[in-house]
Ligand binder design. Structure first.
Ligand SMILES: [Zn+2]
Ligand SMILES: [Zn+2]
Length: 296
């Protein structure tokens, strides 16, 4: 980001705040809407895989969406601070050309670091001293919905948002100039996994938890159990920390097996799938065409 030299600091902040807030809000709305649409369009599939019998109420949706918008404001402040720290030369990342392998390696390192940060921050927010003031708001959603993803109190929003600048500050101090695309991959991965974890219906295929290649990747049931039971499953992307620290729900695998029924493709489901895939393809082609014309 390059800032015009002649703008006073306040104007620079005001001008770029809207841009970064739009970017964060866009990711939340697009990801939560796509998940919500999948649940509505494939109602039969979703109902067979619903994790809780209890349903979220209208006031839950309103609280989740309004507090997620407030969270976007705090994410925006953090994004802007990160960009200003980059202008000041304190945080280092770039958008120059890059080898794909290094970019992917950096994105994976950031995801692993965030998984660790989240687990321990989450454990801290569950302590008696912090819970009421910070994390209680997120747990008002006893039955999560895709819109729960950013439903945080102000203090939790700040703690959640702090990861990116802290991580980039640490890597900059170690002399690593991060590739901007790796940060973007991480940011999209984070919101997609966050929305999947709060979907309320299990999205992973049957047999996931019993497969040695993928069983260590968290499912929707994993985080849903955290919302319904409070004292287990603090992890975000992977099951490792909960297993190492003995905090995994004892019936996690059983609950997953009960809810993740194998996919039965009826003619009606096949019809819906082909329509959704064609619509997805058409939007991708239109978006790519729009982007290509913007770049040209
Ligand atoms: Zn919690
Ligand atoms: Zn949650």
């Amino acid at each position: 980001m390059s800032l015009p030299e002649n703008l006073p600091l306040f104007d620079k902040i005001a001008e770029h705040m809207l841009d970064v807030m739009y970017f964060d809000l866009f990711r939340y709305i697009v990801t939560a809407s796509v998940m919500f649409a999948i649940i509505v369009i494939f109602k039969g599939w979703a109902e067979r895989r619903r994790i809780q019998e209890r349903r979220a109420k209208r006031e839950d949706y309103l609280r989740e969406i309004s507090s997620s918008i407030r969270t976007v404001f705090f994410f925006g402040i953090t994004t802007l601070s990160t960009l200003f720290l980059r202008e000041a030369g304190i945080i280092r990342f770039h958008f120059d050309s890059f080898p794909i392998a290094i970019m992917l390696l950096q994105a994976v390192a950031m995801i692993l670091a965030h998984d660790t940060y989240f687990y321990w921050m989450h454990r801290a927010l569950h302590t008696r001293a912090l819970y009421q003031a910070t994390h209680l708001h997120h747990h008002k959603s006893r039955t999560p919905t895709p819109w729960t993803a950013y439903s945080f109190s102000v203090w939790e929003a700040i703690a959640e948002a702090a990861f990116v600048p802290l991580y980039l500050l640490a890597t900059s101090l170690l002399g690593v100039a991060y590739i901007g695309m790796a940060i973007l991959v991480f940011i999209w991965f984070q919101i997609i996994r966050n929305v999947m974890g709060h979907a309320g219906v299990e999205v992973m295929p049957a047999g996931w938890v019993d497969n040695k290649w993928v069983g260590w990747i968290n499912t929707t049931t994993h985080h849903d159990l955290h919302h319904s039971t409070f004292n287990h499953n603090f992890g975000l992307y992977f099951t490792w920390w909960d297993r190492w620290m003995g905090t995994e729900h004892p019936q996690y695998k059983e609950r997953f097996r009960a809810v993740a029924k194998p996919l039965v493709v009826s003619p009606r489901l096949a019809e819906k799938l082909s329509v959704v895939m064609m619509a997805g393809l058409a939007s991708t082609v239109t978006l790519s065409g729009g982007l290509a014309s913007m770049v040209a």
